[in-house]
Design a protein around this ligand. Structure first.
Ligand code: ZN
Length: 522
C-alpha cells in the first residue's frame, strides 16, 4: 500500500518574499496544521485516539502505518472502497463520517431535519440526556481549534503588506468564529498576492450520507510568476484563437466573455481534506452559488504538485509507452503548458447550441457532456498551442513541436490508467483512437507508440473540428456514436496498460519548506 504513493519532497523558494510576508507565511502554515486536526475529527470520532496509539509504535511497520494514516487521514483507504487497513477499527468508514451520530439512520434525520440541519457548516449531535438530535455549528463543534486558527490568520493579516491577502485573512478569521463564509469567499475571489492561501470548509464528498457537510482543507503556496506571465500571454490571444477555430464560422463567438481567473502556485503545505488520499493538483472554488453568481469562480493550479506527479508516475509510464528515440522529448514544461491550454480551452468554443432550439451544450449532451468537453479541452489545447507556434506567439520549431506531441501521447496513458468509466478517461480514449485511426499515433512492433509528426497537426485539427461541431449542434446522437465507437480500450492499449501495474499511482508529499520555516520559529 505504501508503495502506491511515491514520497515527494516539496521545496519552494521563499527568499523573494517581503519580510512581513515571510513572517505571515509561518503563521499561515501553523493555521494550516490546525486544519489537519479539525479534519481528523471530522472524518472519524476515533481518529485522535488512534493517532496517539500509532505514534507510540516505533517499529518499521508502525512507522509505515503512521504514514498511511496521515495520508488517508484515518484507517480507511479511499483507493479500496474505504476499507480498513489497520487492525482494531470498524471495517469501513462510517458513511456520515463524524458529521452525524454513528447510530443515526437516514430516516431519523429526514423525519427531524430543519434547513439548519442540512447546512454546510453544522454537525449533528445527540443531546447527552434526552438523546435527541441537535444542530451544532462548526464554530462551536471545533471552537478551540478554530479560535487558534483565527488568531493565526489575524496575526498573519497584521504582518503582510498585501491588501487583498489582509482582507481575505481578516474576513476568513471572522467566519471561523461566526460560520458566515460569504464575505470571505468574495475576498478569496479577489485575492491576488505573492502568498496564495485557501483555507476553510469546502468540499462535501466525505459526507456520503447526504453530501451536506463541508470538510476543512487548506492549500498554502506562492504564486508562480513564470506561469502567470505565460497564462496572461495566452489569455491576450484567446479571441484570436476563437476566430481561428476549425469550425463553421457561424459557430464562432465574435466576443468572448471574460474567462475564469486561473492562479498557478507552488504548494508549500496542503492539509486536511486537501492532503487526503490522491493529492489534488488543481481545484475550482468556491462552491457557494451566491458567490459564483456575483463573482464567478477561480481555478488554482498547483504546479510543483503536478511536477512531482510527473516525475513519480508519468516519467516511468513514458519509459514503457514511448520508444527510446522519443524519450528525450518527454518534457514537464510542455506537459504543464498543455494543461494550461486545456484549462483556458474550456472557456472557448460553443457553450450554447447554434442549431435548432437554443440551449446550453451541457444540457443538450446530458450524461455525455463531461467526456466530450474534456476531450474538446485537450484537443483544442493542442490546436491552440500549434496556432501559437505558427504565429510566433510561442517559440515553436520542430524540437518544441515534437516535445508537445510526444509528451501528450505518453501522458494519455496516465489518464487511461484510471479507466474509461470516468469522463477524463473516456474522453482520452476517444482522442487516442481518433489520432491512431488518422495515422498520427502509431503502434510499433515492440508495443510502444510513436507520433507521426507529418500527420498529427491535421489529425488534431480534424478531431477539434469534430468535437466542437458536436457541441455547436448539441448533437447527442453524434456524441453517443463517437463515445461508443472510440471511447474504448483496444487490445494494444490494454497491453500497454498491463505493463504499468507496478508504477506508483500517486505521490505522498513531504512538506520540506513548511517544516523548515515552522521549526525555526519554535
Ligand atoms: Zn478539464
Amino acid at each position: 500500500m505504501a508503495a502506491e504513493f511515491a514520497p515527494a519532497p516539496l521545496r519552494v523558494d521563499t527568499t523573494r518574499l517581503s519580510s512581513g510576508d515571510r513572517q505571515a507565511l509561518v503563521r499561515l502554515i501553523e493555521a494550516g496544521r490546525v486544519v489537519d486536526d479539525i479534519f481528523l475529527d471530522q472524518l472519524w470520532s476515533g481518529n485522535r485516539a488512534l493517532e496517539e496509539r500509532l505514534a507510540a509504535d516505533r517499529s518499521p511497520l508502525g512507522k509505515t502505518r503512521q504514514e498511511l494514516f496521515q495520508l488517508y487521514k484515518g484507517p480507511w483507504s479511499d483507493l479500496d472502497n474505504h476499507r480498513a487497513f489497520l487492525p482494531g477499527v470498524p471495517e469501513r468508514k462510517p458513511p456520515g463520517a463524524n458529521f452525524y451520530p454513528e447510530d443515526m439512520t437516514r430516516q431519523e434525520f429526514e423525519n427531524w431535519a430543519s434547513d439548519a440541519a442540512k447546512g454546510f457548516f453544522t454537525v449533528i449531535r445527540r443531546q447527552p440526556a434526552s438523546r435527541a438530535l441537535e444542530v451544532v455549528p462548526y464554530s462551536r463543534a471545533y471552537r478551540s481549534d478554530l479560535e487558534r486558527a483565527a488568531k493565526l490568520l489575524r496575526e498573519a493579516a497584521a504582518l503582510t503588506d498585501n491588501l487583498s491577502l489582509k482582507r481575505f485573512l481578516e474576513t476568513r478569521a471572522a467566519a471561523f468564529l461566526d460560520d458566515d463564509y460569504y464575505a470571505s469567499d468574495v475576498a478569496w475571489m479577489d485575492l491576488d498576492a505573492p502568498i496564495d492561501i485557501t483555507i476553510g470548509p469546502y468540499e462535501t464528498y466525505n459526507d456520503e450520507l447526504f453530501g451536506y457537510k463541508a470538510s476543512f482543507e487548506a492549500y498554502i503556496g506562492l504564486k508562480d510568476e513564470v506561469e502567470t506571465a505565460k497564462l496572461d500571454n495566452f489569455t491576450r490571444h484567446l479571441q484570436d484563437v476563437e476566430n481561428n477555430l476549425p469550425i463553421d464560422a457561424a459557430y464562432r463567438n465574435p466576443k468572448l466573455a471574460a474567462s475564469m481567473p486561473i492562479r498557478v502556485i507552488n504548494e508549500i503545505l496542503s492539509s486536511g481534506d486537501g492532503n487526503h488520499g490522491v493529492q489534488t493538483a488543481a481545484f475550482n472554488l468556491p462552491n457557494d452559488e451566491r458567490v459564483i453568481l456575483k463573482k464567478g469562480s477561480k481555478k488554482v493550479m498547483l504546479k510543483n504538485v503536478q511536477h512531482a506527479k510527473f516525475d513519480s508516475t508519468l516519467t516511468p509510464i513514458s519509459r514503457v509507452v514511448l520508444p527510446a528515440a522519443a524519450q528525450p522529448n518527454f518534457s514537464f514544461d510542455w506537459f504543464f503548458t498543455h494543461i494550461l491550454a486545456h484549462e483556458i480551452s474550456h472557456g472557448i468554443g460553443p457553450h450554447e447550441t447554434v442549431v435548432g432550439k437554443k440551449t446550453s451544450v451541457r444540457l443538450a449532451l446530458k450524461d455525455l457532456y463531461s467526456s466530450i468537453e474534456e476531450a474538446k479541452a485537450d484537443s483544442t489545447g493542442l490546436f491552440m498551442l500549434q496556432l501559437f507556434f505558427d504565429k510566433g506567439i510561442l517559440e515553436g520549431g520542430e524540437a518544441n513541436e515534437r516535445k508537445l506531441y510526444d509528451t501528450f501521447l505518453a501522458s494519455s496513458f496516465r489518464t487511461l490508467r484510471f479507466g474509461i468509466h470516468e469522463a477524463h478517461g473516456r474522453g482520452m480514449a476517444v482522442q487516442f483512437n481518433f489520432l491512431a485511426d488518422h495515422g498520427a499515433f502509431v503502434e510499433r512492433p515492440d508495443g510502444t507508440f510513436e507520433v507521426n509528426y507529418a500527420k498529427v497537426k491535421g489529425a488534431v485539427r480534424d478531431l477539434t473540428h469534430l468535437l466542437l461541431t458536436i457541441e455547436a449542434q448539441g448533437d447527442y446522437a453524434a456524441a453517443r456514436n463517437l463515445l461508443d465507437r472510440l471511447g474504448v480500450l483496444r487490445p494494444s492499449m490494454t497491453a500497454a496498460l498491463e505493463k504499468l501495474k507496478d508504477i506508483p499511482v500517486d505521490i505522498r508529499p513531504i512538506f520540506v519548506t513548511a517544516d523548515e520555516l515552522t521549526s525555526n520559529r519554535q
